[in-house]
Design a protein around this ligand. Sequence first.
Ligand code: NAD
Length: 253
Amino acid sequence: MTQDLFSLDGKVAAISGATRGIGRSMALALAEAGADLALLQRSPEQTQLKEDIEKLGRKCCIIPCNLERMDQVKEAIPSVVSQFGALDILINNAGIQRRAPSVDFAESDWDDVLHINLKTVWILCQQAGRHMVARGRGKIINTASLLSIQGGFTVPAYAAAKGAVAQLTKALANEWAKHNVNVNAIVPGYVATDMNTALIRDPVRSSQILERIPAGRWGEPDDFKGTVVFLASDASNYVHGHLLAVDGGWLGR
Ligand code: NAD
């Protein structure tokens, strides 16, 4: 049956930054599709999502993973594998934003954004890739951005990091596709989450953005549920190195 292609029954998925926003919706979608979840979390004491996933009848564990701490980043995937026995799906979702005119942009902000949005994505991909290539299967889904493609405005570090995430996705797909490891990226458009509070509160920027979205609305975290299940499931087995935009049509404008 075609719908079986989308089943994640018996799969183990790890996701970073799922306590809120896009990541929370994606984690719930993976659980609803049948996967057990490992939540890579900065604040392990936040157990609401774990409880919600367990109510769906799935197993869930929280792996302490503050992405600022390289020791925790490097231990995350081995911990998932030792707790669940294997890792089938990795979602690199966590990310941060810093806004300032480029002439004033602080070096510390540059370092923070490049570290969280790019370096830790690379390390988690590499750790998961070692496991998945050896097993001969796996799915890695990175979170890119419209600013992987466009330059944005007053977000130089974010644009640089997300541009690199898109290229990293393609570079890894080129190496790992022949091992049945799919590496793809989701390109969110403008989504109403905590990350965009400043934009949403700015009446000028907010209406400029809304006017350019063909769908006529900002994205919502639940808009990512179907996309993440598609890219995590057998339905996408021949999709490699793709940047899948979920943007209400923004890029076509
Ligand atoms: P959000 O701010 O609501 O959530 C970000 C998540 O990352 C949170 O769970 C947070 O705890 C986690 N995180 C941040 N720093 C961390 C750290 N040091 N260690 C561990 N976790 C950390 O943002 P969101 O809008 O849901 O963004 C999710 C992803 O989507 C990000 O990669 C973001 O860049 C990307 N994205 C968002 C938009 C948008 O419009 N919201 C657009 C394009 C791309």
